[in-house]
Design a protein around this ligand. Structure first.
Ligand code: ADP
Length: 579
């Protein structure tokens, strides 16, 4: 391996033990005996090297190839920005598939269904996650002309998708992840809603109901709405919206599924309606895509952008520019799993620039996550990122051309290089590498106690909490044990009120405040969508879940996932990675 020569102002990076463990297990390239061939520096170098050569055309005189590569290296190495896992794992390797998100169409025919399963398998093999809408598949018991029989319906086929995923273990690095979507006006909707009641079924899927505005209006008016057979467009019957919603709510209350996707809200923001409608998202819900589109994601670590008790906008702006160039370059050096995906992706050139470490930023400024001040700052930062990202994408359009599907007569926005720019991904793994709170989520715990050998206990204290507690003089092992045992920083007299507020965790923050944060981010600079969990206490009622979904819809969210504390034995998301 080549020696990496670092610019003199790049600081040597020390990763946490957790980060090193995760990297060694799944990200560093290995020799045949399983020994790591890389360290963090070599990995960052491999990724930068693989993604930068694209500019060798010489067209880009402003940045120049070498400069871009070094900037890419530095921002990854210093954990200011991390691309999604497939990019970190596959860049510069034979696989070469660098995107996390795919949506594949499922046509209403044997050929269509099994083509989708095959295509999904090829995507999973490379570490990508797939979203499918099953809404085009004719309902159970609808007639099948060619065989004079009856159809078995979307759910029976979804089981085959699930089994296929189970079989492919993605080279031992990631198990496959799928999103399954069914429109609320599909005749099989009731069976779909309760499909995951049996927790042994569809374990490789997240299920979400695509909710329409028409349905929400019927819900408000306590009315019936039409069920439509997709293969014929016929109205097959009606259901009462209140009853259907009650079923969704009941099951989500039980174990967090199904989630809801507000499909009309998403389609209102479709930047290329001339190419089709959104039907589904990727597995974690943050990226709406057209059939056969893929998207590569990357997240800026906001925890790294605090300077003199303020947001360091000047450096943040620089990183947004570099990150935008990086994600755009990825599209050109990407190896697409099937030609249809390559074709569609190159037409719209969507990227998903997101954030992680939002809570780290707020903590360093002593602003509570659940406060109006916290939301306003989060919105300001996200809007700043979106604006700078668009500025750069427009500049790239001038240099290299707008995304090919751009049509100034239909798309009433200035020409840019990428049809979508921002989304907030969960960063389940990359936030562990960067050692920050994931995505736009608050921390889940501040002090944890691990029981090690011989009855010894090991305290794991949040890095910010430890630093602040020591600086402010309220640190003691006894206090840390108390925080670990009670599971919260709230209510301990030793901790100043201000810090109790700043260190409230996901469970200490009210569901309303979770939703408000998601909504304000969605409305302030997020093009696609946001992966976020609305945490509810164990004691939350079905009414609370219902209220969450309705207020999320009213506030302009494009989807919502709730999780009631303790309701699921085995959380599907973010534990989808093999340990
Ligand atoms: P990471 O931190 O590993 O980059 P995220 O947790 O941010 O990944 O997830 C981003 C997206 O990556 C998800 O929405 C999904 O599309 C995809 N993804 C996540 N986990 C998996 C998995 N186990 N298999 C396939 N795709 C996945």
């Amino acid at each position: 391996y080549k020696e990496v020569i670092m610019a003199p102002d790049v600081m040597e990076q020390v990763l946490t033990t957790t980060a090193e463990t995760v990297l060694a297990r799944r990200y560093y390239l290995k020799d045949d005996a399983g020994n790591s061939l890389e360290d963090w520096k070599a990995l960052a170098h491999r990724v930068a090297e693989a993604v930068a050569p694209e500019d060798a055309t010489g067209k880009n005189e402003v940045t120049g190839i070498k400069q871009l590569r070094d900037d890419f290296f530095t921002m990854i190495y210093q954990l200011d920005f991390l691309p999604n896992s497939p990019c970190l794992m596959n860049a510069g390797t034979e696989i070469g598939q660098l995107s996390a998100c795919f949506v594949l169409p499922v046509e209403d025919s044997m050929d269509g269904i099994f083509t989708a399963i095959r295509n999904g398998a090829l995507v999973h093999k490379t570490g990508g996650g797939t979203g499918y809408s099953f809404s085009r598949i004719r309902a159970c018991n609808a007639s099948v002309k060619s065989t004079h029989g009856v159809a078995s319906g979307p759910l029976s086929f979804a089981a085959v998708f699930d089994a296929a995923t189970e079989t492919i273990k993605q080279g031992g690095k990631r198990r496959g992840a799928n999103m399954g979507v069914l429109r609320v006006d599909h005749p099989d909707i009731m069976a779909f809603i309760s499909a995951k009641e049996d927790q042994d079924k569809f374990n490789n899927f997240n299920f979400s109901v695509a909710i329409t505005d028409l349905f929400m209006a019927a819900l408000e008016a306590d009315k019936e709405y039409d069920l439509i057979e997709p293969s014929t467009g016929e109205v097959m019957g009606q259901l009462n919206a209140v009853e259907v919603f009650a079923k969704i709510v009941d099951l989500a209350w039980h174990n967090g599924e199904p989630g809801v996707l507000f499909i009309d809200a998403a389609n209102r923001d479709n930047t290329t309606p001339q190419l089709g409608d959104f039907e589904a998202t990727n597995p974690c819900g943050e990226q709406w895509l057209l059939p056969y589109e893929s998207c590569n994601l990357g997240s800026i670590n906001l925890g790294n952008f605090v300077k003199n008790d303020e947001v360091d906008y000047s450096r943040l702006g620089q990183i947004v520019k570099t990150a935008t160039c990086f994600l755009d370059n990825v599209i050109d050096c990407n190896v697409f799993p099937i030609p249809e995906i390559g074709e569609m992706t190159l037409k719209t050139r969507k990227i998903g620039l997101g954030i992680m470490g939002l809570h780290d930023l707020l903590i360093q400024l002593a602003i509570p996550y659940g406060s109006e001040e916290g939301r306003l700052l989060a919105a300001e930062v996200m809007q700043f990122i979106r604006d700078r990202c668009e500025e750069q994408s427009r500049k790239l359009a001038e240099e290299k051309g707008a995304f090919p599907a751009y049509d100034a007569e239909i798309n009433l926005y200035p020409a840019r290089r990428n049809a979508a720019l921002t989304s907030i991904q969960p960063t389940g793994t990359v936030s562990m590498i960067a050692d920050c709170a994931s995505g736009c989520e608050p921390y889940f715990s501040i002090v944890m106690m691990k029981h090690v050998m011989d009855g010894d206990r090991l305290l794991m204290v949040n890095k910010h909490f430890e630093k602040i507690a020591r600086e402010q003089g309220f640190y003691s092992d006894d206090l840390m044990v108390k925080v670990a045992e009670s599971g919260t920083v709230v209510g301990h007299a030793e901790i100043p009120e201000k810090w109790q507020e700043a260190f409230r965790t996901a469970q200490d923050i009210s569901p309303e405040d979770h939703i408000r944060m998601q909504a304000i981010l969605q409305n302030s600079g997020v093009d696609s969508s946001i992966s976020k969990t609305i945490n509810l206490p164990k004691t939350a009622t079905r009414e609370d879940v219902k209220y969450s979904y309705i207020s999320g819809y009213k506030l302009g969210c494009k989807g919502l996932t709730v999780y009631r504390d303790g309701s699921r034995d085995d959380q599907v998301l973010n534990t989808t990675e093999q340990s």
